[in-house]
Structures are given as structure tokens and as C-alpha cells.
Design a protein around this ligand. Structure first.
Ligand code: BJW
Ligand code: ZN
Length: 246
């Protein structure tokens, strides 16, 4: 892997690091991505499933789609990309992992300095009163109902919904401060996550993209590494360790 001079300098001396991840990071664990090759939504239209309107019109279908995805989670494991990213937090004075993923694999790989922009598939809340539901009630209803009568839904962020405010603020601040910004396994089409790189760039950060293919935002990046994140991120970690040992 060849690093630009800007990247080598940043690997050596960056104090603040921000990593944005997307579904591509979990692809090598066996979870499908949303867009691109073999996207989850080649078979399902996202606008029909990942919206509050879809849940209001077809709650059973949307709930079952999420249950199907949930059932896969205990069967998959963090891959070398998750593990390398978890190690990277130890090498910078300030670090934040901002994930769009809802699968919990970063936490299972040991990441602790992180936020989830789009929620978590293992949590549920009431679609009417907003109460977090720890244990799903035993019920024949699909989806099950909250005590208030509202339908229970996964605690994820659908199109047209606001991202958790505190989480978004934290991610934005980290982008403003970042000396080095990594975008890993994301198509960079979903806002506002896709704007974090621009914010970091405007503040002088070195920008690195890791993806199987180029994205619309690739021209923004100082270094673009095309290939599986599970191969590239462990080498990136090695690059950081070597650069900092000099
Ligand atoms: C590999 C690999 C390997 C594969 N190694 N790489 C401004 C302009 C235009 C529109 C908007 C805007 N602001 C807001 C919007 C509307 C909307 C939006 O962005 N729409 C776009 C489609 C245009 N955004 C929203 O609605 C957001 N809310 C919001 O902004 O509220 C305020 C507001 C609302 C309305 C108008 C204006 C303001 C909410 C977004 C919520 C996204 N939710 C989802 C579903 C979560 C639950 C679920 O999982 O079901 O989040 S959608 C889906 O996309 C999911 C993902 O987190 C997200 C991003 O996808 P990601 O992770 O990038 O995956 P892919 O599949 O797209 O890409 C994978 C990549 O990996 C590919 O590039 C592969 O090549 C690569 N890859 N294998 C490395 N091994
Ligand atoms: Zn309720």
C-alpha cells in the first residue's frame, strides 16, 4: 500500500482521529450491504421498508424484515476490519469512531470510543410514546405492542427521521477537530453522515477512503484504498504503529 506524503505526516503526528464506517465494514462478517454489490436492497426497496411511513402502512412486513436481520446477528463475528479499528483508538490522543451500522459488531470487536448514528438493531422503542422497551412482551401481535397501545419498532433511524441529536453533535465536533479522517465501507450517499468528511476536509484534515470501489466522494480524499476493509484496515493499523514508532 502506498501512502501519500500528507497521509504519512498525518499518521505520524495526528492527535485527533475520526473514523466513519458503513455497511461495507460488516460485509466480510457475512452481513449484506445496502447498496453496491449484492446490496440488501437489490431485493427490497429501502424507501418501502426503512421509513416511518412504511412502518405505519405495513408494520408486520417491516417488523419481520428487521427480525430476519436480527436473527443473523448472533451468528456473525467481528472481522479483521472491526478488530483493527478497535486497536486504532489506542494510538491517538483523541479518537472517535462514528458508525452508521446498527449491528453492534464494533462494540463486540472492542471499540469503546464510539457513537452510533443510525441506532442499534438490538434495541426497541415504542413508535407512539417513545419508551425504550427492554424486553419484548409475549404476544401474538406482530409487531408487539407497548403498554400505551403503540406499536413497538426497532430503535434505528429511518429515512426522514432526525438522528439522535447529542450523537450527531459529537460526530460533527469530532469532524471539525480531526487531523485525520477515515471513511471505511460506506457509499457516502446518506446524509448527514456523508457530510462529515467535508467538514473534516474544510478544517484541514487528511482524508482517507477505504472501499471496494470508488464513491461519489472519492475525489475529496487524499488517499483512496480500493479493496476489502478486512485486508486494508489491519495494514493501516500497522502503518500507524510504524509511523508513530519513528
Ligand atoms: C466494502 C466492502 C468491503 C462492500 N470492504 N468496502 C441532504 C441532501 C439530500 C437528502 C437528504 C439530505 N439530508 C437528509 C436527506 C434525506 C436522507 C438521505 O440522506 N437520503 C439520501 C438517500 C439522499 N437522510 C435522512 O433522511 C436522515 N435523516 C435526516 O437527515 O433527518 C433530517 C432531514 C430529513 C429529511 C430531509 C432533510 C433533513 C436519516 C438517514 C437514516 C438512514 N437509515 C438507514 C437505515 C437504518 C436502519 C436499517 O439498517 O435498516 O441507515 S438507510 C442505510 O443507509 C442505513 C445505513 O447506515 C446508511 C448508509 O449506508 P452505508 O453504510 O453507506 O451502506 P451502503 O450499502 O450504501 O454502502 C456500502 C459500501 O461498502 C459500498 O460503497 C460498497 O462498495 C462498500 N463495500 N463491501 C470495503 N468488504
Ligand atoms: Zn408506548
Amino acid at each position: 500500500m502506498e501512502f501519500s506524503s500528507k497521509l504519512i505526516e498525518a499518521l505520524k503526528s495526528a492527535q485527533t482521529c475520526l473514523i466513519l464506517t458503513g455497511a461495507g465494514v460488516s460485509a466480510e462478517s457475512g452481513l449484506q450491504t445496502f447498496r453496491g454489490m449484492q446490496g440488501l436492497w437489490d431485493d427490497f426497496d429501502p424507501m418501502k421498508l426503512a421509513t416511518p411511513e412504511a412502518f405505519a402502512c405495513e408494520p408486520q412486513k417491516v417488523w419481520e424484515w428487521y427480525q430476519w436481520r436480527r436473527e443473523k446477528l448472533p451468528l456473525v463475528q467481528p472481522n479483521p476490519a472491526h478488530k483493527a479499528i478497535a486497536q486504532m483508538e489506542k494510538h491517538f490522543e483523541e479518537f472517535l469512531l462514528v458508525t452508521q451500522n446498527i449491528d453492534g459488531l464494533h462494540q463486540r470487536a472492542g471499540s469503546s470510543k464510539m457513537v452510533e448514528l443510525h441506532g442499534n438493531l438490538n434495541r426497541n422503542k415504542c413508535s407512539r410514546c417513545g419508551t425504550m422497551i427492554e424486553t419484548l412482551p409475549v404476544s401474538d401481535q406482530v409487531p408487539p405492542r407497548c403498554k400505551c397501545g403503540g406499536r413497538i419498532r426497532p430503535d434505528v433511524v429511518w429515512f426522514g427521521e432526525m438522528l439522535p441529536e447529542a450523537v450527531l453533535r459529537q460526530a460533527w465536533r469530532a469532524a471539525e477537530k480531526a487531523d485525520i479522517f477515515f471513511s471505511v465501507g460506506t457509499s457516502s450517499v446518506v446524509q448527514p453522515a456523508a457530510s462529515l468528511g467535508l467538514v473534516a476536509k474544510n478544517n484541514g484534515a487528511a482524508l482517507v477512503e477505504v472501499n471496494l470501489e470508488r464513491t461519489e466522494l472519492s475525489p475529496l480524499f487524499n488517499d483512496v484504498f480500493l479493496g476489502p476493509a478486512g485486508e486494508i484496515m489491519p495494514r493501516m493499523l500497522e502503518g500507524i504503529i510504524n509511523a508513530r514508532a519513528l
